[in-house]
Design a protein around this ligand. Structure first.
Ligand code: GLN
Length: 511
């Protein structure tokens, strides 16, 4: 079933249609809401509210009519349900927050609203962003629009699925260990996790605070520029927000520095920008466990970059394997602390049957949290407990530093960017790892280390492989850069998207 948004190849073309009055923001919003309804089977949106959406759309139409529209005025988007929103419920995919309505908007949400976007509602995700397939949601799994028996990835699974099916043009996601890049890869769309500190975490329901970072998902790198531009920037309400990036003030518009509005081209694209670009290809990303489909697609993408003038450099990130144990100690440790606030008193579900305070807290948490979240809390409290802290948590912190050092060596002495796969395979079938929860953890091998180091990384579509059901499923190329070099990553990705059309394939277009 085609959606109205499938007729627009980019945010720029949609902006043009709005400016030319071929369509209004209200019409777009109505069509988007209709498409969400028609594609209910995807289970992408967990909460919509036509009245709130149409109020935003009519404001956008007023700005358009007054000639005061900004680059994103009237663009239909969706928010991962870990961003708190005034009006719409904010659940983090959990029964714990089933009926929670925030009294304020997250900074990311308010900045995108100020930029003129129109929100279609809240997108399904893994509970408290813990997961890799959107299967751990209290609202049930979201489906991959390319194959309804496959996962869309996670935890921002529905954020990617909704863009892939063009229910919205762009969406917000969060990435603690890969949750923007991995679903973008598995749904055939583009997504970026910016440098830690680039985008405010204020109002983002916390998972692992030293790892969490918000990022946009959209069809292409050019569209991501527009979204990230509006989302990023210093926020005094987030104590880890970066005020300066490489000497420049971290303000909305920073990403656009690399982008020429008039020509819709990144300025880096002038005169063979990729000529001489040194692409580091980590040996460790091509070992055991990488499927042939993915390996071939990545090789083909690297060959394309070489054709564009880039140069391939063999590099080593020797601690890659250790990112799994380091992350799965640090992230649960932080989660166990962050989630202690859900006790049925300060926040969250309260059990109806209890005898005393302790019984109430225990029952409220047992009823409110799903199994994956409980598993993480158990691991987290264990590694932080007296007697195990030194053996696990402290060692993981040391590994974290060493992993960051490996990237620093590569990116300062050997290469300008790093490229490789995002995932070892195409999207798995829903439910395959139900009896083996740590199997999903191992598949995060290529994404976790960036969050441990705080570096920016993105995923762009680069081909298709074959899923277990026989369906053709998308593959993503990961591009990693040095701190605050999001602009460069986006420019490099844009060059690739100028000469390839993987990002233009739309899920469900032919059916
Ligand atoms: N799959 C990883 C986890 O479950 C990453 C999730 C994320 O980035 N939010 O922790």
């Amino acid at each position: 079933m085609a959606t109205a948004l499938q007729h627009y190849s980019s945010l720029a073309s949609l902006r043009q249609a709005l400016a030319d009055k071929k369509v209004s923001a209200t019409e777009l919003a109505q069509e988007s809401l209709r498409a969400i309804d028609l594609h209910k089977v995807l289970n992408a949106f967990v909460h919509t509210d036509a009245e709130l959406t149409l109020a935003q759309a009519s404001q956008a139409d007023a700005l358009l009519a007054a000639g005061k529209a900004g680059p994103l005025t009237g663009i239909p988007i969706g928010h991962k349900d870990v961003f708190v929103t005034q009006g719409w419920r904010s659940t983090a995919g959990s029964n714990m927050l089933k009926n929670y309505v925030s009294p304020f908007d997250a900074t990311v949400v308010s900045r995108l609203l100020e930029a003129g976007t129109v929100s279609m509602g809240k997108l399904n995700c893994d509970e408290f962003a813990m997961g890799s397939g959107n299967e751990h949601s209290a609202f049930g799994p979201a489906l991959n629009p390319w194959d309804h028996t496959a996962v869309p990835g996670g935890s921002s699974g529905a954020s990617a699925a909704a863009v892939a099916a063009r229910l919205v043009m762009a969406s917000t996601g969060t990435d603690t260990g890969g949750s923007v890049r991995q679903p973008a890869a598995l749904c055939g769309v583009s997504g970026i996790k910016p440098t830690y500190g680039s985008v405010s975490r204020y109002g983002m329901i916390a998972y692992g605070s030293s790892l969490d970072q918000a990022g946009p998902i959209a069809a292409s790198a050019a569209d991501l520029v527009e979204m990230l531009d509006a989302m990023s920037g210093f926020d005094p309400r987030d104590s880890t927000s970066a005020e300066f990036c490489n000497g420049a003030i971290n303000a909305p518009g920073r990403i656009r520095a690399d982008f020429n509005q008039a020509s819709q081209q990144f300025t880096l694209s002038a005169a063979q920008p990729l000529k001489g670009l040194r692409i580091g290809v980590p040996r460790e990303y091509f070992g055991d466990g990488l499927s042939e489909d993915v390996a071939n697609a990545i090789e083909a993408a690297l060959a394309e970059f070489e054709k564009l003038g880039a140069q391939r450099v063999d590099i080593s990130l020797p601690r890659t394997r250790l990112s799994i144990p380091a992350y799965y100690v640090i992230a649960p440790a932080e989660a166990s602390s962050n989630l202690s606030r859900y006790d049925g008193v300060r926040y969250g579900h309260r059990s109806e049957n209890y005898t005393d305070l302790e019984d109430m807290t225990g029952k409220s948490r047992a009823e409110g949290f799903g199994p994956e979240v409980q598993r993480r809390i158990l691991v987290g409290t264990y590694v932080l407990s007296h007697g195990y802290y030194d053996a696990y948590y402290l060692q993981a912190q040391r590994l974290r530093r060493m992993i960051a050092d490996d990237f620093r060596t590569a990116l300062t002495t050997q290469c300008d960017v790093i490229m490789g796969p995002v995932t070892p395979t195409v999207a798995k079938q829903i439910g395959v790892n139900n009896d083996n929860p740590t199997a999903d953890w191992l598949a995060d091998i290529y994404t976790l280390s960036l969050n441990l180091a705080g570096l920016p990384g993105m995923s762009i579509p680069c081909g298709f492989g074959t899923g277990a059901s026989g369906a053709a499923l998308p593959i993503g190329l990961q591009i990693i850069g040095n701190y605050f070099e999001e602009g460069r990553l986006l420019a490099v990705a844009h060059q690739y998207q100028c000469v390839t059309d993987w990002h233009q394939h739309i899920a469900g277009q032919t059916s």
